[in-house]
Design a protein around this ligand. Structure first.
Ligand SMILES: NC(=O)c1ccc[n+]([C@@H]2O[C@H](COP(=O)([O-])OP(=O)(O)OC[C@H]3O[C@@H](n4cnc5c(N)ncnc54)[C@H](O)[C@@H]3O)[C@@H](O)[C@H]2O)c1
Length: 152
């Protein structure tokens, strides 16, 4: 089974992915900068309603396959796969605002070690994998390498 970090792991998409991947027996850490949501999730309180999600989260946490943190080093240093699930709200011109994606990719690069497969799950315009790859390359530690994957 794989070690997986989900950036934006307390949001709608990230939380669902975290719970589902833990159900598949992966070792999952949900990383989110919203410390309040992380604290509530760590206590078993689910901030969103999605049928079946609460049971999956409880099962994953109780089985030691799922936990939550607000600490990038804790989440990504040993991760084999990192899913980017941060928000990309519409900017004033209607395009996806990549502010959170840029921040997440830069922080990820700073703390990752070894080889990491980065999976873009956030909604992004075509070609954004190149933007992510450039950010990772710019901020990475000497020992870190990345492969970037885009999924719809
Ligand atoms: N909600 C949906 O049904 C849905 C469906 C398809 C695609 N999407 C796409 O998935 C992405 C996520 O959507 P969502 O609805 O889960 O958003 P959301 O706002 O519910 O969750 C995003 C989370 O990312 C966290 N975050 C922001 N910046 C961060 C950073 N730098 N590091 C760590 N965490 C950070 C936020 O605290 C938040 O908890 C968006 O691009 C959205 O367009 C959403």
């Amino acid at each position: 089974m794989s070690r997986i970090a989900i950036i934006g792991g307390a949001g709608y998409v990230g939380l669902s992915y975290a719970a589902a991947l833990a159900k598949l027996d992966h070792d999952v850490i949900g990383l989110d900068l919203d410390a309040d949501k992380v604290s509530k999730l760590s206590q078993g309180c689910v901030p969103i309603f999605e049928p079946g999600l609460e049971d999956l989260l409880r099962e994953g946490c109780a089985g030691g396959r799922l936990r939550f943190t607000a600490d990038y080093a804790d989440a990504v240093t040993d991760a084999e796969y990192v899913f980017l699930c941060v928000g990309t709200p519409p900017a004033s011109d209607g395009a996806a605002d990549m502010l959170h994606v840029r921040a997440a990719a830069s922080s990820l690069a700073t703390y990752a070690r070894g080889h990491t497969i980065v999976v873009n799950k956030s909604t992004m315009p075509p070609g954004s994998a190149h933007l992510i790859a450039d950010l990772l390359e710019h901020h990475r530690a000497d020992s870190a390498t990345f492969s970037v994957v885009a999924v719809s």
